[in-house]
Design a protein. Structure first.
Length: 255
């Protein structure tokens, strides 16, 4: 098992940079990608979740700033979801899950995200006129996303974007801005829960990956905003994520 005071292996450093680069180029924090690549190495589940949440905060903060400066942020598409997601994310981070249960929830969440990235096309669901909020859906959705975020170390933005767009509450760019802000706040809440519950682990491994994630997010965000095809990159990410989950499951059941 990799010690938190050990430097990460070079393949993990390269993979972390790739995740930050690819995910930020399409407006996501990259939590699912960080979880997937770290699950390929002998790293404790506490360290995986804590590091992924920390990297999420960094990358999503950059994305949120860019979208906010571009005028795409609508506060009404963020704060209602936080009413239930914030306490739920804290609770999820506070609760210590057995490794087997953690990995089961993690692989299920990653498979869902992979399918979402592979098949969901934002442009196919334009929101010409915003619909009225359905408060039960918002509160329940925020609760479930928050719990999942705290449990496994996801920011939850990949779940929030489709919810906003498919219900016609906002445009894809507004959804991306809200998701980025949601990831930052939700991840902070999940981290606080981990600290309070004694489930936080970071160390030298996490500290080394932070600047790597920052560099990847900055380069990816800039290229994604000017040159890269978002739809193509999403599908590539979906394929990579599903292959990673399949590989991890084969290795898990082999052991």
């Amino acid at each position: 098992m990799l010690d938190i005071n050990s430097l990460p292996p070079w393949p993990l450093v390269g993979l972390a940079f790739g995740v930050a680069f690819l995910y930020s180029s399409v407006g996501f924090g990259g939590g699912s990608g960080y979880l997937a690549v770290m699950s390929l190495f002998a790293i404790s589940t506490q360290l995986i979740a804590s590091t992924a949440l920390s990297l999420n905060i960094l990358a999503a903060s950059i994305a949120f700033f860019i979208y906010w400066q571009s005028g795409h942020f609508t506060p009404a598409l963020l704060w209602p979801f936080l009413l239930t997601s914030l306490p739920a994310a804290f609770l999820g981070g506070y609760i210590h899950l057995h490794d087997t249960l953690y990995l089961g929830i993690l692989y299920a969440a990653l498979a869902y995200v992979g399918i979402q990235l592979l098949f969901w096309n934002q442009s196919a669901h334009p929101a010409s006129a915003p619909r009225r909020f359905a408060w039960p859906a918002i509160l329940v959705g925020g609760l479930l996303i928050g719990l999942l975020s705290g449990f496994v170390g996801l920011g939850g933005g990949i779940f929030l974007s489709p919810l906003i767009v498919l219900n016609g509450w906002g445009t894809p760019k507004q959804a991306a801005a809200s998701s980025a802000g949601f990831i930052v706040i939700n991840s902070i809440s999940g981290l606080l829960g981990r600290v309070m519950g004694g489930n936080f682990a970071f160390g030298l491994l996490g500290a080394t990956l932070l600047p790597v994630g920052l560099a990847g997010a900055l380069i990816g965000s800039w290229l994604g905003a000017h040159y890269l095809s978002g739809t193509l990159l999403r599908r590539i990410l979906g394929i990579i994520l599903l292959l990673t989950v399949l590989s991890s499951l084969i290795e898990f059941f082999r052991v």
